[in-house]
Design a protein. Sequence first.
Length: 73
Amino acid sequence: MKVCYRVEIEREDDGRFLAEVMELPGAMAYGRSAEEALAHVQALALRVLADQLEHDEGPRGPVDVQFETSAAA
């Protein structure tokens, strides 16, 4: 099964970047750069998916995970 997470990244007023996984409410992470914020939120999303799989709440069978990024409007 293919799992595609959409990640929106925006720059905060204080200069930090915030990345948010749209399909996982509350999955947000900050970074000093857009790349750092993306890396942090991808790690968080993978932890959430791993937890779902451990508790038989995620997709069944092999999982292909993909991230798509865009800047928030």
